[in-house]
Design a protein around this ligand. Structure first.
Ligand code: ATP
Ligand code: MG
Length: 397
């Protein structure tokens, strides 16, 4: 029955010139989210509002689900738009709306009229009273409750008249693209996809880098990461995923450095390489799925040692999250089932039985000295031979 959706967005953050950029990005992300949805849609801005119009048949649930993945949207209101043909016609439209949307009339309601077009002959107070009265006589089971109504019936007099009462919550946040770009270190685990999701929620566009170690890690492990990138790209928009062959670097570390330090040293090389891709992709920071104390490589000392090689800010949006809280988000965004598939990660293969939990930066740097003069070339090769996969919501693009 609905041909249009009224998109509500948080307006606090968008004063002045930013408003235009915010709305442009929001429209772009809405179009992106609707691309894989069957049907044809138009997204338009009109007088400080955004509408999605269905131009033919469509699946209601599919559309609202797609829209509820667009950061920046606070609410999605299926709306009936009618022409202004006088008050009697409006009463008919409003009654028809109530009849269709609420087959059971044993409910309380309140009319919330808004006269955005000042040449309308009745003001909002008059409209509230007059429409309320007409509804009560048309549907005797309805009752008015001005404080906590079951139905808040919004009637907005604009160019067209907007009638709506249902608001499906959106994810909040800011539209992707309004806050720069960052490089996500994406592994096949549970945490890093969630970290990417959370950063994108604040309007940050995401690129990603994945380190694999063939033949120690399989093609399936890589596919799993591509699949995870596809899951988060439903929220973040297109992701440029750099797949780096890390085998030779890992083997060199494994042969030359104390095994207790493997994970930290490996992580430092990951950060260094990720930063190179970040620079060439115009990123303003790195993102990881680290959380304090989760594993040996995420103690405060380990994080400090890893962080020491970075010149860009490193964003760790899960830093204060317990695993359970991370899993909850992972499930909510549809990543969990893929994340728990049992394919080996490059870190788990070269992992020590007793890793250091309180590495000293000085000691780590000394161990890395053994690689100096040899590892630079391996890094350059790894960067140059990286595979670039562009992942988008509708599949690989
Ligand atoms: P995740 O669930 O994200 O894999 P984790 O709990 O397994 O995290 P670690 O393996 O210690 O934790 O990795 C910490 C972070 O380092 C990850 O969240 C990710 O950002 C990055 N990382 C680890 N392994 C890789 C990899 N193979 N490729 C890219 N990034 C990685
Ligand atoms: Mg991992």
């Amino acid at each position: 029955m609905y041909k249009s959706f009224l998109i509500k967005y948080g307006e606090i953050a968008i004063k002045g010139k930013n408003r235009y950029l915010f709305e442009e990005a929001l429209v772009r992300q809405i179009r992106y989210a609707l691309e894989p949805v069957e049907g044809e849609f138009a997204v338009r801005r009109l007088q400080g509002r955004i509408y999605v119009d269905a131009l033919g048949t469509y699946d209601y649930d599919e559309v609202t689900e797609a829209l509820s993945r667009v950061f920046g949207i606070v609410g999605i209101c299926p709306v009936v738009l009618t022409e202004d043909e006088g008050f009697d016609a409006l009463v008919k439209d409003v009654c028809a709306y109530m009849q269709k949307v609420y087959p059971d009339k044993n409910k309380t309601f309140k009319v919330h009229a808004r006269r955005a077009r000042k040449n309308y002959p009745m003001d909002s107070m008059e409209l509230n009273a007059a429409l309320g009265e007409k509804l009560l006589s048309a549907f005797p089971n309805l009752k008015v409750d001005v404080h906590h109504p079951d139905i808040l019936l919004c009637v907005e007099i604009r160019e067209k008249i907007n009638i709506y009462s249902v608001e499906i919550p959106g994810p909040g946040g800011m539209p992707v693209g309004t806050n720069g770009r960052a490089m996500l270190l994406l592994s096949g685990g549970i945490d890093s996809p969630v970290a990417g999701y959370m950063t994108a929620k604040r309007g940050v566009a995401i690129d990603a880098v994945y380190f694999h170690a063939p033949p120690y890690t399989s093609e399936r492990a890589k596919q799993k990461v591509v699949d995870l990138a596809a899951v988060i790209s439903r929220y973040t928009g297109k992701i440029r995923l750099h797949v780096v062959n890390f085998t030779d670097i890992q083997l060199m570390i494994y042969e030359q450095c104390p095994h207790a330090e493997l994970t930290i040293i490996m992580r430092r090389y990951m950060m260094r390489i990720a930063e190179q891709f970040a620079v060439s992709d115009d990123c303003l920071g790195l993102i990881t799925g680290e959380s304090i104390g989760q594993v040996a490589s995420q103690t405060m000392q380990s994080l400090a040692a890893t962080n020491a090689v970075c010149t860009m800010p490193v964003y760790r949006p899960l830093i204060g999250f317990d695993k359970k809280e991370i899993i909850d988000v992972s499930e909510k965004i549809g990543a969990y089932e893929t994340s728990i598939l049992p394919f080996e990660d490059c870190c788990t293969i070269f992992v020590a039985k007793h890793p250091v939990t309180k590495p000293s930066l000085r000691v780590i740097e000394r161990s890395e000295q053994k690689l100096a003069g040899k590892i630079e070339e391996l890094i350059q090769t790894a960067v140059e031979t990286a595979e670039l996969i562009c992942v988008a919501a509708g599949g690989e693009a």
